[in-house]
Design a protein around this ligand. Sequence first.
Ligand SMILES: Nc1ncnc2c1ncn2[C@@H]1O[C@H](COP(=O)(O)OP(=O)(O)OP(=O)(O)O)[C@@H](O)[C@H]1O
Ligand SMILES: [Mg+2]
Length: 388
Amino acid sequence: MLKIAVISPNKARMEEIRQILQGGDFSRQVLLFKDGLDQLALVADKEHPDIVILDVISHGTEELLTLEQFGQHYPGSAMIILCENASSEFLVAAIRTGVKDVLPLEAVALQEAVRRIESKLKPVSTSQKMGKVIAFMASKGGSGATFLACNLGYILAATRDVKVALLDLNLQFGDAALFVSDSVPSNTLSDVASNISRLDASFLASSMVQVLPNYGVLAAPEDAERSVEIKPEHIEVLIRLAKSQYDFVIMDIGRTLSATSVKALDHADMIFVVLQETLPFIRDSKRLIHTLQSLGYAKDKIHLILNRYDKGGDIQLDDIEETLGMKMFKTIPNSYEAVSASVNQGVPIMKIYKHNSVTKVLQEVAKNLTTDPKAKSSSWLDSLFQHA
Ligand SMILES: Nc1ncnc2c1ncn2[C@@H]1O[C@H](COP(=O)(O)OP(=O)(O)OP(=O)(O)O)[C@@H](O)[C@H]1O
Ligand SMILES: [Mg+2]
């Protein structure tokens, strides 16, 4: 997220600048500091902004000297100076000190100047990840979507050396954090949403329940009243940030489709629909698949997971696949005792039942998800050699 520090002696101008920079765009973090030039080094030291916008009244040689020193000490912060009637001498001298722009407070010009700097900054941030986003949806309540989402996250982090975030976006029945942790979340999705303009990687990390050093869970709001404050724009900013910081972003969507859950699904690379082998689940899965497709999600994005599968059951796997018009991505065995113990204790299943059948299947899924697709595409070569 682009961090912009605004320093101005005038509160009204400061607010105006913030409006111009932010509008409805939450992908920029704008920090306001009341006062003048003497704040510059303090702000840069503390906040490391990408851009400093300095609103100055006087423009003399003393100011130029400070600007020059600033440019030398903080090459990572680009500087824009706002002043209403700068002489051309001041303008030239300021640019010489390394200042990127000198302009009057005018919306279009300021937005343009920030955009120019922004576009130059982007390619530099190579440390950013492009995480894979996986959505879990329950075809019906009690399908096991939350259990599977949380435990897949844990297993990915514990066995595959990847950084994983689980976002509980089930605004009505969110309970994901409790499946893998016994600590009460100090922050939830609603704290993130209400502070969205200052959301960055460290704020996100500190809002999560840290299950492992590389596995964090962002809990859902504690009650429905706080859930209504969460808007699709918040989800958008949150997922964009999470993608840039984690290798896997797993989302527990629950089973309601709303403006916020659709926003989340828009970002999903894979949508896992969890069902069980009884008619009500199959019926609701069919409806859900249909709805997802009518929302424009491609069929190859949607993956079915048959949970609590029992080979000897009344309904055959083939029949379910035929009814739903899709192959099963994975079947997860029924394991009542182990799963109940894990869920009741709030401890990931792998931690207490390392060799359990559910643990094993989830390890397979984790392995599939982390196997480099490029490596896979060379498999025809391997098979050539095997036959030779
Ligand atoms: N493979 C399994 N074997 C045995 N029990 C299971 C299995 N998977 C899930 N369960 C049980 O099913 C219960 C419901 O699971 P979970 O809360 O994950 O469902 P959900 O789809 O998220 O439901 P909701 O829509 O209400 O959020 C769990 O408490 C767990 O005990
Ligand atoms: Mg759930």
